[in-house]
Design a protein. Structure first.
Length: 185
């Protein structure tokens, strides 16, 4: 029987150790034996969760799909953008930060930033012409800064390599911070 380390599982499936741990705690994948490691059979389960999360499915939706044995429709990434827009318009700064943290924790890799934050940032900068557009853009930028600082502070506490931000290829300062957040997580 072939056994893999968590690092090997992450390299094979394209996930992150923190996501694997969260998915284990949520009951989406079976726990591995810390003495022996991950079994080959668990790789398929992890791939399945990675693919469903990449489509924007929440952890609850993934759990329901596993229990029912079939995949159903999910609003996915557009729903997350809508939730953030609602928070930008009506929510408190604390509620907005909490939502960004929750969504960030539910997904791994670049999915959240590339499918939710970057399109929302582009829309807020280029297409939002409704009343309050400047306020929403400012709140969004502050929320991204706050989340980037939280992720970088966590990286510093856990002795991860600090990140040097190269700002040549990004369109705006909010995108710079999203890149820093993505690479530090």
């Amino acid at each position: 029987m072939k056994i893999f380390s968590t690092e090997a599982i992450c390299a094979i499936t394209g996930s992150h150790p923190a996501c694997i741990l969260r998915w284990s705690k949520a009951g989406l994948i079976s726990l591995h034996d810390s003495q022996t490691g991950w079994k080959v059979e668990q790789i398929g389960d992890i791939h399945h969760v990675v693919n469903m999360a990449a489509s924007g499915a929440s952890l609850n939706e993934i759990r329901v799909w596993q229990l029912e044995g079939k995949r159903s429709w999910t609003a996915g990434w557009p729903a997350h953008r809508g939730e953030l827009l609602w928070q930008l318009e009506y929510g408190s700064d604390r509620a907005l930060a909490r939502m960004m943290r929750k969504i960030d924790h539910d997904y791994c890799g670049d999915d959240y930033i590339n499918h939710v934050l970057r399109p929302l940032n582009k829309w807020l900068r280029e297409q939002d012409t409704l009343a309050g557009a400047t306020r929403r853009l400012t709140r969004f930028h502050r929320a991204v800064l706050h989340r980037a600082h939280c992720v970088m502070r966590d990286g510093s506490r856990n002795k991860r390599v600090p990140l040097f931000l190269e700002a040549i290829s990004v369109a705006d300062e909010t995108d710079i911070w999203m890149s820093g957040w993505r690479q530090s997580a």
